[in-house]
Design a protein around this ligand. Structure first.
Ligand code: CFM
Ligand code: HCA
Length: 528
């Protein structure tokens, strides 16, 4: 692997090589290894990353089903934002449901020159008149920030005029270095304006699922399993979320954090203001799901609940393993590479292990050092200029709503044991000699594929067909190639079936580019 890393680095001019070297680590478990992350991509390198607006509107706010989400910007910003991310949802009884719509102010040249506030006001009013939604969100794209439209003031005015919440997000694409900035901005807006407004007491064991976006229906499988155990999900942030559920999320006893990268801000702020501890979970993989359920049993610490959880684990594991067995036989020993945003490259390693497969290279597009190395590095992360302009909310305990969910000494013990308020990151989970690579480029990916010849590469739409041109199957782990769910026990079975179908498909052996069969052009050097 060290030789391959050298080959990758040799792609670049010296200055760039020096930078990229810090983003690549060959795992050595005997050391506390450091990786560079969450810094600007070198211009000219073909990155997989997206923008701040994608992280805010596309990822965190967009999945809320009963709010109208208006994109303030040119129509192009909405082109790849409509039903591409596959966050699924269902209308509630009140019928409010707008996921299948795409709302944009469609800014024109005139608006860029003379200002777009008037158009935004009109759009909010029009959306309200037609749909009467419970609340509206407004998302700024690049030009809005450049011309200085004051969307916060417009939102306030319209909120007063219409009598519903209008929440504006300054998530212009260029803020921060990736989608990650948009997550933070979205968390801040949700926390400031929506979470904690509605006190409704709920009985029993209650949790919120944070960082679960219901891609391919994952959240529904997670809910099914938790419900079987006797645990109620009050709100999901934000897959299939409803506005009302988010407003009462602060009544839960525990926050489960699936995607740490996109929602750790919310988990921390809810703990400070309301006293809700958070627990890092992973529902991707059979063993991972069972491990997560046992962590929950430890937290709630009730013998009856523990017994019920153990029974669910026994039944669900047996059934999933029975169904996975034939696929596992054909997948055992195969290798995978995973390049996804900020969570799945870690989570899916567990699921591949269930199939007897090994992850040899993994990387995030935009995660931070704590997602790689663990949260103990947080105090040592340097904040650079690109992140400094993202607001850090100052949060205090709520005088009426703050309550500890457990006695202080028990919380301290759970923290000490790493059960709550901790994430250990992806690197400690990766075997010696495997490669961890941050913000990978197409050129780097090509070298890795040529040298390691993996059996499958999991990635996104920007690389899928490049990978397949190498004769290697590529599974999109963002949109699940329009399939899913892959979470929980039943999801693992779906995944096993599909990975078997992809890897063991004979079609790959027939792929040979035409120029390898018959050269199309022949040329001789001309000498004078
Ligand atoms: Fe979290 Fe996500 Fe991901 Fe993400 Fe994303 Fe996504 Fe992703 Mo695409 S919130 S970090 S910003 S798990 S959209 S649902 S698939 S890159 S690995
Ligand atoms: C985003 C959304 C994305 C893109 C997927 C991809 C998603 O970051 O803007 O590149 O294939 O999951 O839909 O991550």
């Amino acid at each position: 692997p060290h030789q391959v890393v050298e080959e990758i680095i040799s792609l670049y001019p010296a200055k760039v090589a020096k930078k990229r070297r810090k983003h690549i680590v060959v795992r050595d478990p005997s050391q506390q290894q450091q990786i560079e992350a969450n810094v600007r991509t070198v211009p000219g390198i073909i990155t997989q990353r997206g923008c701040c607006y994608a992280g805010c509107k596309g990822v965190v706010i967009g999945p809320i089903v009963d709010m109208v989400h208006i994109v303030h910007g040119p129509i192009g910003c909405s082109f790849y934002a409509w039903a591409t991310r596959r966050n699924q949802g269902r209308p509630r009884e009140d019928g409010h449901y707008y996921l299948h719509y795409c709302f944009s102010t469609d800014m024109q040249e005139d608006d860029i020159i003379f200002g777009g506030e008037k158009k935004l006001r009109a759009a909010i009013e029009e959306a309200y008149r037609i749909f009467k939604p419970k609340a509206i969100s407004v998302h700024a794209t690049c030009p809005v920030g450049l011309i200085g439209d004051d969307i916060q003031t417009v939102a306030k005015e319209m909120s007063q005029k219409l009598g519903i919440q209008v929440v504006a997000f300054n998530c212009e694409g260029y803020r921060g270095v990736s989608q990650s900035a948009g997550h933070h901005i979205a968390n801040n807006g949700l926390f400031k304006h929506i979470v904690g407004l509605d006190d409704v007491e709920v009985e029993g064991y209650t949790v919120n699922c944070l960082g679960e976006y219901n891609i391919g229906g994952d959240a529904w499988e997670i809910e099914r399993i938790l419900e079987r155990c006797g645990i109620k999900v009050l709100a999901t942030f934000s897959g299939n979320a409803s506005y009302d559920e988010l407003r009462r999320a602060h009544m839960a006893q525990l926050n489960l954090v699936q995607c740490h990268r996109s929602i750790n801000y919310m988990a921390e702020m809810m703990e400070t203001r309301f006293g809700i501890p958070w627990m890092k979970v992973n529902f991707i993989g059979v063993k991972a799901t069972s491990k997560t359920l046992r962590k929950l049993a430890t937290f709630f610490d009730d013998p009856k609940l523990t017994e019920r959880i153990e029974q669910v684990i026994a039944e669900e594991e047996a059934e999933a393993e029975r169904q996975i067995a034939p696929y596992r036989k054909r997948l055992e020993g195969k290798t995978a590479m995973l390049f996804v945003g900020g969570s799945r490259s870690h989570h899916y390693q567990d699921l591949f292990r269930d199939l007897g497969m090994e992850t040899i290279v993994a990387g995030y597009e935009f995660a931070h050092r704590d997602d790689y190395e663990g949260r103990q590095v947080l105090p040592f992360i340097k904040i650079d200029a690109d992140s400094r302009n993202i607001e850090e909310l100052h949060v205090e305990p709520d005088p009426e709503r703050f309550r500890l969910r457990k006695p202080e000494e028990i919380l301290a013990a759970l923290k000490e044991a790493g059960i709550i308020d901790y994430y250990e990151g992806m690197m400690p989970d990766m075997p010696a000699g495997s490669i961890v690579i941050d913000d990978i480029s197409h050129a780097e990916l090509e070298i890795l594929i040529r040298r390691f010849k993996p059996d499958i590469v999991c990635s996104g739409i920007k690389d899928k067909y490049i990978i397949e041109k190498f004769g290697i199957p590529s599974k999109q782990l963002h949109n699940y190639d329009y399939s899913g769910p892959y979470a929980g026990y039943r999801g693992a079975v779906n995944f096993a079936r599909e990975i078997d179908m992809m890897i063991n498909n004979p079609a790959w052996s027939y792929i040979r580019p035409p120029w390898e069969k018959t050269p199309v052009l022949k040329a001789e050097p001309v000498t004078s």
